[in-house]
Design a protein around this ligand. Structure first.
Ligand SMILES: Cc1cc2nc3c(=O)[nH]c(=O)nc-3n(C[C@H](O)[C@H](O)[C@H](O)COP(=O)(O)O)c2cc1C
Length: 399
């Protein structure tokens, strides 16, 4: 299968799996501990069903949304995914380009291999910067300065990793910085020669350019990665959030919120948006899925800040379900990362195209031509909880 033949994010994942050595592919696919959260993220979306409304003119569907004072072509963007350069050289630049071409936001990870300044050459107006705050506050401040100088308007502070999560699959695989493969895995890697040659051509693991300025002068890739680990994860509190709010002049988003009371506190502290996220199942294994806590959070904060969500999104219909439950915007992590790993810019673009097409098709099929008009009356949930008067007989028929 070629990338142009991929019909679903699942197809793109299979292409990425074919290109990457097993251990490297699993660095994307893996979760933490028993991978309970990873499974739950996708399962919880499948508990919802869409209740179509028929005989509606759906000849033109509109999925554009406005967020933070600008219009995006689609209601989803690219979540920050660190160390993407391991999966493909300069992957961050390709993700930024694909997002720019599609007019959706790209969130550059604070653990990127490509520097802020290089990413900024693509389309800074379209790029948000995600910060993993450092132990040394001077480093965090400098990141903010660089992001501001680069022209990024939105800062996303990730708060769900105050300590290093237990990534057992990665630990068993030796997937760390730099990766340390067992002899059998090295042999397996040889079955993925194009990736191996690409990796060797770039001199092995790339330097984390984002962090290189703070490590010892002339530090190599492994040293910079080790330095990063001495600074992050770092414990942050509401007081730190307050200082970020005071220093950062643009939009401020907090990523990793799971409780209504935390969302309310973010609103009180002047945060512009939150991303409900369990880090795609890569942080707290026993966390609920984002989609489970979305209704409670939306009920608590209403329109006081933008309520966004990621974790487990694989289909356009997942994005529609999130909107029906109150999400203003949605992000995907693995979908586009598999795309760029499988086929570079064309792969990331294909992943975005697939999601966009699926949203259009589903809007047509459920009889809601405007994405912005989606609401809970389009939803049925396993177990019968629904707010749609239409859905009551539907449940009765299926029981
Ligand atoms: C390989 C990988 C690296 C990630 N790196 C980061 C990161 O640097 N910063 C961050 O806030 N989240 C990071 N995440 C989490 C994503 O931003 C996002 O929350 C998650 O992937 C969403 O779930 P999904 O992959 O099911 O879409 C990473 C996720 C993956 C899979």
């Amino acid at each position: 299968m070629k990338i142009g033949d991929a019909l679903s994010i699942g197809d793109i994942e299979r292409l990425a799996k074919r290109r990457l050595p097993r251990v490297v592919y699993e660095g994307i696919a893996s979760g933490v501990e028993d991978e309970h959260g990873l499974v739950r993220n996708e399962e919880e979306f499948r508990r919802y069903h869409l209740l179509p409304r028929h005989l509606v003119d759906v000849s033109q569907c509109d999925q554009s949304v406005s967020l933070f004072g600008r219009s995006y072509a689609s209601p989803f963007g690219i979540s920050p995914t660190g160390v993407a350069g391991i999966f493909r050289r300069d992957a961050e630049l390709m993700l930024a380009q694909a997002a720019s071409d599609a007019n959706v936001p790209f969130v550059m990870s604070g653990a990127s291999m490509v520097s802020i300044e290089r990413v900024a050459r693509i389309n800074p107006a379209n790029t948000w910067f995600q910060l993993y705050a450092a132990h040394d506050a001077k480093i965090s401040d400098d990141f903010l300065r660089r992001a501001r100088d680069a022209g990024f308007g939105t800062l996303m502070l990730t708060v769900d990793n105050p300590v290093l999560p237990k990534r057992e699959r990665d630990m068993r695989n030796g997937f760390r910085l730099p990766p340390k493969l067992a002899p059998l895995d090295l042999l397996e890697a040889l079955r993925h020669l194009p990736w191996v040659l690409d990796y060797l051509r770039q001199g092995g693991m790339p330097v984390m350019e984002t962090w290189a300025p703070y490590a010892a002068p002339g530090a190599g890739a492994a040293e910079v990665a080790r330095f990063f680990r001495t600074q992050s994860p770092s414990v942050q509190t509401w007081r730190d959030l307050d200082s970020f709010r005071r220093v950062w002049p643009g939009k401020l988003v907090v990523k990793g919120i799971m409780r209504p009371s935390d969302a309310v506190r973010c609103a009180e502290q002047g945060v512009d948006g939150i991303v409900i996220s369990n880090h795609g199942g890569k942080a707290l294994d026993r966390a609920p899925a984002s989609i489970e806590v979305l209704p409670g959070i939306k009920a608590a904060v209403g329109d006081r800040l933008a309520v966004m969500l990621d974790s487990g999104v694989r289909r356009g219909s997942d994005i529609i379900i999130a909107r029906c439950l109150g999400a203003d915007f949605v992000f995907v992590g693995r979908a586009t990362l598999y795309g760029v790993a499988a086929a570079g810019l064309a792969g990331a673009t294909r992943a975005l195209d697939i999601l966009r097409e699926e949203i259009d098709i589903n809007l047509g099929l459920i009889g809601c031509p405007r994405f912005a008009d989606l609401g809970p009356d389009f939803l049925l949930r396993d177990g019968g909880e629904t707010s749609s008067p239409d859905s009551v007989p539907a449940i009765a028929e299926t029981v």
